[in-house]
Ligand binder design. Sequence first.
Ligand code: PMP
Length: 399
Amino acid sequence: RLESVEQAPPDPILGVSEAFKADTSDLKLNLGVGAYRTEELKPYVLSVVKKAERKIVDAGQNHEYLPIDGLASFNKATINLLLGFDHPAVKEGRVATIQSLSGTGSLRVGAQFINKCIPGKTVYLSNPTWGNHKGIFSNAGVKWEFYRYFDPETVGLDFDGLMEDIKNAPNESIIVLHGCAHNPTGVDPTKEQWSKIADLIVDKNHLPFFDVAYQGFASGSLDEDAYAPRYFVERGIEILVAQSYSKNLGLYGERVGALNFILSSSSAAKKVLSQLKVIARTIYSNPPTHGARIVSEVVGNEGMFGEWKQEMEGMAGRIKGVRQELQDHLERINPDKDWSFITKQIGMFSFTGLTSQQVENMTNKHHIYMTKDGRISLAGLSSSKAEYLAKAIDDSVRN
Ligand code: PMP
């Protein structure tokens, strides 16, 4: 009966990991998925997470359902991390926060809210953007369009294109912005550019929807990486924010994150939260406990909070280190080309500019797995493999 069902294509990012698993070569390297690896290319469990888990087990917690909107102590911790501790918006009750299934689930609940409560709006996504954004909004029945973002000529931000497209969008559109460490390009607006984007968003009465998947993981500082959403709130702009603890606490599989609305009035926040709960209830009923307890323990304990910041700095530092090494190797192997973009980009990824044909060469000939758009995850690279990667890139760009 279901023979007529069409075969769906593999996921552009997670499909790369499946192909990697099937490769038997010793040389193979998975730079597809954005997951942090140690210098030995092993998954890393933060020591502060292990400590928090021990505390949770020792406390003999039960496995009852959480409320629909999640663990109250987690929700408090997550908004404190986002806005800074004791922010007036929280004190004034102008924030609606719901714990959700990591960044993806939080974006999806937000998308469904847009469809249900403010229908008819178009969502604007950067071109390019994280591969899942389009599907998240489409599958929630929300129309989306691109705004210009990346200029391949300068390997930098197409700021004029971005401003023109956001200006030409109908008033009160929803603009998705990456909070920091834009995925896949690693190119962020400067503070001055953020201020101009905010001016335009105010003029057009747009609603910004920040995707914050890398707070603390990009620069090593929680405050620095939250600059953009905090600045918008300071300007009195209402914003939506999806948060993820996959990268900064390494809680990928625990699915811990949150969706926040920072609004102008407590009555609006109350109504929004009531709708978010109805949406979550019908998708997954209530969120998982374990990851939320970890975040709440870590943020709520001064010692552990400090240790987390150090470990985050360590992870961000390792990525910055291999970024530099990759650039150094390429500059030595192929000095005719400008490779400076590698250390100009920030966060977990480098957008190499390799074409899909060159990416095929990387995989088929060199066993290096990466997404077809030319993105590599530097979190999956070790110092000892940096030269091998540089040689493979050099070979691929010459072909
Ligand atoms: N947004 C962006 C921009 C991302 O890069 C990611 C993770 N790759 C996510 C959201 C969500 O990931 P998760 O659902 O694991 O939190």
